[in-house]
Design a protein around this ligand. Structure first.
Ligand code: PRT
Ligand code: ZN
Length: 292
C-alpha cells in the first residue's frame, strides 16, 4: 500500500458544487481513481493513487493552479481565459459547454454590436468583454457584476450584457436577444507551470492517457452480429474499425459471428448497411474504457 503524503500527492482542483462537479467526478471515477464522499470534505485523498482532490469554487481554480497549490485543475475555458491564468491547457473536455455572448434588449434601439458604441455593458467577464469590444474598435463602458447579469438592462444598470449561454432560455426569459458570440467554452484540464517532480509528471501522463481512453470509449460502441460466411468480405468493407474485426465460426453451418468497435456517430448508418449485407442479430454494447 502506497503512503499518501500530502506534500507529494498530485493535487487536483475540482469545482466543489456547481455545473462542472458531477461530470468531473464521473470522469475521475471513470479513469479508475477511487475516493470517498467528496461532498463532505474539501480535501479528498484517493485510495489507489497518490492523488488528492481539492474541492473549491470554480473561480479560484486557475489561480490555485497558477500558484502551484494544485498541480491540475478542471475548470471552464471561460474562467481560465478571464483569469488570464499562467497555466498549461492539457486538453479540452466536452462538458460544461457554453458560450460567452453579447445580448441586447429585444425591443431596444441597438440592433448590432456596432450600435453599442458609447454604451454600458454589464458582465461578470470584464476581461473577455473588454478585449472583444477593443478588437472591434467599439468604445464601451463595462459594469462588472458578480451574478444575475441578465437583469441589468431592465434595471437600467446597462444597455446590453455579455453572459454565458447554453440553451438561451435565460436570455429569452429576460427579453434579451443574443447577437454575437465572444468566446466558445468547454471544460479544460489545466496544469501548473511550476516545476513538478518526475513522479508527478508520470502520474499526469498516466491520467491523460486514461482520459483519452475513457473519451474514446464513450464515443465508441462494441458491435456483434451473425452473418453468412459469404457476406464477411462485404461486411468488412462497411466496418470502419480501428483494426480488423474478429470473425468466429458458429455451430450453424456457414455462419460466423463478427465482433468489432465502431464510432458512435456512424453507428446507425453502419447498422442499416450491415443488415442489407446480410447481418442478423446485431447487438451494440457500450464500452467502459479502452486503451488507445
Ligand atoms: O460556486 P461556484 O463559483 O463554484 O460556481 P458558479 O456559480 O460560479 O458556476 P456554475 O456552476 O454556474 O458554472 C460553472 C461553469 O459551468 C462555468 O464557468 C461555465 O464554464 C460552465 N457553464 C456551462 C455555465 C453554463 N453552461 C451556463 N449556462 N455556467 C453558467 N451558465 C449560466 C449563465 O451564466 C446564465 O445565467 O446559466 C445561465 C444561462 O443558461 P441557459 O441554458 O438559460 O442559456
Ligand atoms: Zn464561480
Amino acid at each position: 500500500m502506497r503512503t499518501l503524503d500530502s506534500a507529494t500527492s498530485l493535487r487536483i482542483a475540482v469545482q466543489k458544487s456547481g455545473r462542472l462537479t458531477d461530470k468531473t467526478i464521473e470522469l475521475l471515477k471513470g479513469i479508475g481513481l477511487e475516493f470517498d464522499d467528496y461532498k463532505r470534505s474539501l480535501l479528498v485523498k484517493c485510495r489507489n493513487f497518490d492523488v488528492e482532490l481539492l474541492l473549491i469554487r470554480d473561480d479560484d481554480i486557475p489561480e490555485y493552479v497558477e500558484d502551484g497549490i494544485c498541480d491540475l485543475g478542471f475548470v471552464g475555458a471561460n474562467t481560465v481565459a478571464e483569469d488570464e491564468a499562467n497555466a498549461t491547457i492539457l486538453r479540452g473536455l466536452d462538458y460544461g459547454v457554453c458560450r460567452l455572448s453579447v445580448a441586447i434588449p429585444k425591443n431596444g434601439s441597438a440592433k448590432s454590436v456596432k450600435d453599442l458604441q458609447g454604451k454600458k455593458i454589464a458582465t461578470s467577464y470584464p476581461v473577455l468583454t473588454r478585449k472583444f469590444f477593443e478588437s472591434k474598435g467599439i468604445d464601451v463602458s463595462i459594469v462588472t457584476l458578480s451574478g444575475s447579469v441578465e437583469i441589468a438592462p431592465r434595471l437600467k444598470i446597462a444597455d446590453a450584457i455579455t453572459d454565458l449561454v447554453s440553451t438561451g432560455g435565460t436570455l429569452k426569459a429576460n427579453g434579451l436577444t443574443e447577437i454575437e458570440t465572444i468566446f466558445e467554452s468547454e471544460t479544460q484540464l489545466i496544469k501548473t507551470n511550476k516545476p513538478l517532480s518526475e513522479g508527478k509528471e508520470q502520474l499526469i501522463e498516466k491520467i491523460l492517457q486514461r482520459i483519452e481512453g475513457y473519451k474514446k470509449a464513450a464515443e465508441s460502441r462494441y458491435i456483434m452480429m451473425n452473418a453468412p460466411e459469404s457476406a464477411v468480405s462485404e461486411i468488412k468493407k462497411i466496418l470502419p474499425s480501428l483494426k480488423s474485426p474478429t470473425v468466429m465460426p458458429l455451430a450453424d453451418n456457414g455462419m460466423v459471428a463478427v465482433h468489432t468497435v465502431v464510432p458512435l456517430t456512424t453507428f446507425w448508418d453502419i447498422m442499416e448497411q450491415l443488415e442489407e449485407a446480410g447481418a442478423t442479430g446485431i447487438v451494440m454494447l457500450p464500452i467502459e474504457s479502452m486503451i488507445v
